[in-house]
Design a protein around this ligand. Structure first.
Ligand SMILES: [Zn+2]
Length: 452
């Protein structure tokens, strides 16, 4: 038995024995509660009782929250952290570094990097990750023996790190969109592409769901998928994610070629709806906001990435008021701190509008725990019957001491996460991941990618 499996079985044993826990504070759907007894059976919450005595139940530290959903990640971008700012760093500095790393990742390196990155996410309280996956093939347009070898690496990485995975397999066919139409793929982008939407669909049709993995579809963007190829990517029963209007240049090119915005183009293709997530939605018009809201699409904001790439700040409050769902993502993983993303969302709104209180703490918690758009409607709340995902955030650290539990999401960070369960199994305890030294795992995974 290898070390991970041995560790896993020890955790499962422990989980099987200790099925009753007691939290001094917990954030329930009804609001903050005290003295909460939590019972778990078969990986789900069997009872949650506020105002109960501990009665010998194991005590949980800090404040208990539902598991967090990281709705938008590109795991391999983790290797770019602290590598894209030389001379100040432009968008092109970033893209050059991204392409350099993308060219050096093979399935083994992808497994090591994604495993360490997902472990870092678990340490931040993430129990489900939505991986927007477009690094499909070897460099140069060849194919691996298993055309889904890179997807298999991601699945294994999530299993090793103990997190649930929604694998959003992205269709990526063109090298960009200019005023004259779609551009050919450049050599680095060839590994992102299946060549045609039919070939993409054939490859994706061999991927399967499991108890811990959901397969979703993704349109990389209207820059990378021409209009006629948008509709075939839509499958109403599966999550569909798409980068939308992250930068003004995408809108300008779309307007020049199609005479409409990316959101309008997606609407015409039947791509918006309750299973769809528009990632970023930064530069959207009032009409786009109405379309996203009335279709009950979700918008995923990724404030740390939008700041890092100088994208701008989207109209989050207007989108939610129009009817859109709201989720959060770490995107390029320049930081992995979902609590920080929630705080950034509210703070960016304050800067954008010169008003405080754009999102109440309870709304930020809902965005942090939004699992529906990842295909896990029975996850993300401390309620009986839900999958037993739970995060304990310490309320006695230098960042959180003295904080009202109801406002914890505006004060705490990833560093305050103590305990994380996925399906009732402890993945993080005492701030330590079951895989051990995650910093070392990250360093070992990243350094080969920067050796020439
Ligand atoms: Zn992205």
């Amino acid at each position: 038995m290898n070390a991970v499996l041995a560790e896993d079985s020890r955790i499962r044993e422990k989980s099987a024995k200790s099925r009753r826990w007691w939290a001094a504070r917990a954030l329930l759907p009804t609001g903050p509660a005290s003295d909460v007894l939590i019972e778990v059976a078969d990986g789900r919450f069997a009872a949650i009782t506020a105002g109960a005595a501990a009665n010998g139940a194991a005590r949980l530290p800090g404040v208990a929250l539902p598991g967090l959903a990281n709705a938008h990640s590109h795991a391999f971008h983790r290797a770019l952290r602290g590598r894209t700012h030389a001379g100040g760093g432009t968008f092109w500095t970033w893209r050059e570094a991204m392409y350099a790393v993308a060219g050096r990742v093979d399935p083994d390196r992808y497994l090591a990097l994604a495993r360490a990155t997902y472990a870092e996410m678990a340490l931040a309280g993430v129990t489900t990750v939505g991986e927007f996956h477009y690094l499909h093939h070897p460099p140069g347009g060849a194919r691996y023996d298993d055309p889904n070898a890179m997807a298999a690496a991601l699945r294994q990485a999530a299993a090793d790190a103990g997190v649930r995975l929604t694998l959003l397999d992205a269709c990526y066919l063109a090298g960009g969109l200019g005023p004259g139409g779609h551009l050919p793929l450049d050599p680095v982008q060839q590994r992102f592409s299946d060549g045609t939407v039919d070939a993409w669909a054939d490859r994706v049709s061999t991927l399967h769901d499991s108890d811990r993995v959901r397969i979703g579809h993704a349109i990389h963007s209207v820059r990378a998928v021409p209009r006629d190829d948008l509709a075939p990517v839509v499958e109403p029963a599966r999550p569909l994610h798409v980068h939308v209007s992250e930068q003004p240049a995408e809108n300008e090119a779309c307007q020049a070629v199609y005479g409409c915005s990316p959101t309008e183009l997606l609407t015409d293709a039947g791509a918006l709806g309750p299973m769809t997530t528009a990632v970023h939605a930064t530069h959207v018009s009032a009409f786009d906001v109405a379309l996203l809201g009335s279709s009950r699409s979700t918008v995923c904001f990724c404030p740390s990435t939008e700041r890092d790439l100088a994208d701008g700040t989207g109209p989050a409050r207007e989108l939610v008021d129009a009817g859109a769902g709201l989720s959060l993502g770490s995107d390029q993983n320049a930081t992995v701190d979902l609590l920080g993303e929630a705080r950034a969302l509210e703070e960016d709104e304050r800067l954008r509008t010169l008003h405080r209180g754009r999102f109440a703490p309870a709304e930020l918690l809902l965005a942090l725990t939004a699992h529906d758009s990842l295909g896990w409607p029975d996850t993300g709340a401390l309620v009986v019957g839900a999958r037993a995902d739970l995060v304990c955030v310490r309320d006695d650290t230098v960042r959180t001491a003295g904080v009202d539990p109801a406002q914890l999401v505006l004060a705490a960070s990833a560093a305050d996460v103590d305990t994380v369960w996925v399906d009732g199994v402890a993945v993080v305890e005492g701030g330590r991941h079951r895989l051990g030294d995650v910093g070392r795992l990250l360093a070992d995974a990243i350094s080969p990618l920067w050796e020439s």
